[in-house]
Design a protein around this ligand. Sequence first.
Ligand code: SF4
Length: 119
Amino acid sequence: MHSRRHFLVKLAVTLGSPAVLAGRAHAQTPPPPPPPVKLEITDPVAVALGFNPDTTKVDAQKYPLHTVEQKCAGCALYQEKPGEESAPCTIFQGKLTPSNGWCSAWAKKPDLPKPELPK
Ligand code: SF4
């Protein structure tokens, strides 16, 4: 009986030890997502949406509503980071699109009113 009690006490101490608890906490934390990679024009979704990394080279016959002013940098789906040439796009998860790119899902970034400064 003594050895059973001794075993249960040791088990409780071991399970409550910081090393075991840290291991459990670590096991519950999902791994970080991989860093985003450049969107390739061969990506199946990119092909379906007519993605082009250079908005000036979009096929005007195929996309007659496209204009060269339309580019990722001015798209509502572009998650711009100041000073960077490319950024994630909501449509292409885990991929970076160039600021000068374009695809047929382009949607004009809304013009937000500038905040008034206190007088
Ligand atoms: Fe660029 Fe917008 Fe198309 Fe994304 S949805 S690739 S930001 S044009």
